[in-house]
Unconditional design. Structure first.
Length: 219
């Protein structure tokens, strides 16, 4: 899953309003950020296999540190501690941010073929909805839209055109998902990792700008 991961980021904002939206955007992709960093030196591994599934050309055959259940829980807990720097409602902020991180693993479980290890690099699970693009793509877009709607309703804009910027951003994200779904696969694993890190950074930056434009940077 790609853009669908950001649905929980939007949905988490009403639960911990002092947490900036950009931090939640980083949180929901934190497992993939760490994965990308480990792919670059070859610690975690993948193969680019065009047609591997309809929804993804990535054969993610070795990623126990970031997408194994134990690793995902550990990364969720560590990243959640960043919310201690939030001034208000720290306990709630830590729980929400850690939950946002772990939402990544849960959503991956839905779409990945069995490549998420439960113990070490074994007992791999995944429901495999990436096998059918006509299911996985609408699911991604629906998850994003549901989260954005919850964010818009529970964290109302304090500026006149704040919601306009929000929905333009959501539309751009949906367009990006459509492009990725039908674009040629990346040339190499390092290219995939580098592109992912760039996109995650740009989307987090844009989320911060939308939060500011709506006057909801701190709820």
């Amino acid at each position: 899953m790609f853009i669908g991961h950001y649905g929980p980021a939007f949905a988490a904002k009403p639960l911990a309003r002092p947490v900036p939206l950009w931090l939640l955007f980083v949180a929901v992709q934190w497992l993939d950020v760490c994965w990308s960093v480990l792919v670059l030196p070859g610690i975690e591994k993948l193969r680019i296999v065009p047609g591997f599934t309809e929804g993804s050309a990535l054969d993610l055959y070795y990623m126990p540190f970031t997408h194994g259940l134990a690793g995902a829980l550990a990364l969720s807990a560590v990243f959640g501690l960043l919310a201690l720097f939030v001034r208000d409602r720290r306990a709630a902020a830590v729980a929400v941010v850690a939950g946002a991180v772990f939402s990544h693993w849960l959503l991956d479980l839905v779409v990945h073929v069995p490549d998420l290890p439960l113990i070490g690099d074994s007992l791999k699970v995944g429901f495999g909805l990436w096998r059918w693009l006509w299911i996985s793509l609408p699911l991604e877009l629906a998850t994003l839209l549901a989260g954005a709607l919850l964010y818009a309703r529970r964290v109302p804009s304090k500026t006149r055109r704040g919601d306009l910027w929000l929905w333009l951003f959501v539309a751009a994200m949906a367009g990006l998902e459509l492009y990725v779904a039908f674009a040629p696969p990346p040339a190499t694993p390092p290219a995939q990792a580098q592109n992912a890190l760039l996109v995650y950074a740009l989307l987090a930056l844009a989320a911060g700008l939308v939060d500011r434009a709506r006057g909801t940077l701190r709820g």
